[in-house]
Design a protein around this ligand. Structure first.
Ligand code: GDP
Ligand code: MN
Length: 358
């Protein structure tokens, strides 16, 4: 019997994946997706896209995480698309619940207040658990313990370019520890006291701040560690729905202490601190400048924004064939911090090196 031309006996239909699953990519790495059962369709589309653009040639494993058990259908469908091994994890209750040091009356007041102010996800408790989990816990998951690297994938995202080399290997060989494709301004109303908390933390631990850091990208007028106490966060952060990074960055003593310090402040609940600004501030302060990598050669979409490489070789090439004009790339949007990143790295508004002599 055949269904859509595929023999019913094939592994494909039993959810065993299309190919033999021996990993070809050489790194200890996994694609990671935190996702709800009801996002299945969007998850499958994101997976299919990244498999076609990259992973079918490397067969890195997929790790799915959820605060509820995954449905059988979710497991069957995702494992059909995965070219590598698949694992499904249930998040421990204590990593997805309100901790006892949080004042629940105050928290519920704040939820209402944020909702009334029409702050994005302001009234959502689950969104807060998600941000706190991505900030402080996912990298400790048992399912990830054998890996050094992760690629965060979200439902409804997509890549516009074929990925012709292994980004994990690139990270390792070039001593990179955090990487991004888009950077933008955070809503101040979601993180009113995050910078003050960060200041207090780095005042206690000035040695955690790298000497040659990226603070100059997130703090205007930065002029050495002492200036963190007087200068403000300019709200620029890396958009963490995409991340390729070193799990051991978050497992480090410095970062764990930073997360615990922030967690005890309560801002994940009383405000709506995102994992994106938390990761970004930590990467900008604790890492050396050249340990953060911008993927100029990737085309990426997470609604409502998208970007493509703008060099001649990529933009209109077979590799990418971006479906929008170069000028529409988010890099050039007024809401993007990309120009600031380039400036911080001595590049011009298009990401090209600024000539020394005119
Ligand atoms: P946005 O990108 O900030 O608009 O937020 P998303 O809705 O995309 O959520 C970010 C990520 O967390 C996505 O991968 C979601 O699938 C996931 N996520 C958000 N809320 C929940 C939740 O309550 N449970 C689970 N399991 N995943 C969630
Ligand atoms: Mn998202």
């Amino acid at each position: 019997k055949h269904l859509w031309g595929v023999p019913e006996t094939s592994g494909h239909l039993r959810g065993e994946g299309v190919r033999n699953r021996t990993q070809i990519g050489r790194e200890k790495a996994s694609l990671v997706m935190l996702v709800r059962n009801r996002e299945q369709k969007d998850a499958l589309m994101a997976m299919k896209n990244i498999e076609e653009r990259f992973n079918q040639n490397y067969r890195y494993p997929w790790t799915f995480l959820n605060d509820e058990p995954f449905s059988d259908d979710f497991k069957v469908q995702t494992s059909r698309i995965a070219s590598g091994e698949v694992k499904y994890g249930l998040i421990p209750h204590n990593e997805w619940s309100v901790p006892d040091f949080i004042d629940t009356d105050k928290f519920h007041e704040k939820l209402k207040e944020f909702e009334a102010k029409k702050i994005l996800y302001g009234g959502s408790e689950s969104y807060r658990h998600m941000c706190r989990y991505n900030s402080g816990f996912f990298f400790e998951s048992d399912l990830l313990k054998d890996y050094d690297w992760y690629w965060r994938v979200e439902p409804s995202t997509g890549f516009y370019c074929d990925q012709l080399y292994d980004p994990f290997t690139f990270m390792r060989e070039n001593n990179k520890r955090y990487s991004f494709v888009m950077t933008l301004y955070e809503y101040r109303s979601t993180i009113e006291t995050l910078w003050q908390a960060t200041r207090e933390f780095v005042k206690e631990h000035p040695d955690y701040v790298a000497d040659d850091n990226s603070a100059g990208f997130i703090v205007d007028g930065y002029s050495g560690k002492h200036s963190l106490q007087s200068k403000d966060f300019n709200l620029c952060h890396f958009w963490s729905n995409f991340e390729i990074a070193d799990l051991n960055l978050w497992r480090s003593k410095e970062y764990r202490e930073y997360f615990d310090y922030l967690d005890k402040k309560g801002g994940f609940f009383y405000e709506r601190w995102g994992d994106a600004p938390v990761h970004s501030i930590a990467a900008a302060l604790f890492l050396k400048k050249d340990q953060i990598h911008f993927w100029h050669d990737m085309g990426y979409r997470h609604p409502p924004y998208e970007r493509c490489p703008t060099d001649e070789e990529s933009h209109d090439s077979v590799r990418c064939m971006c479906p929008f004009d170069k000028a529409k790339s988010f890099d050039f949007d007024g809401y993007s911090c990309q120009k600031r990143w380039w400036k911080f790295h001595g590049q011009n508004d298009e990401g090209k090196p600024i000539p020394k002599y005119k």
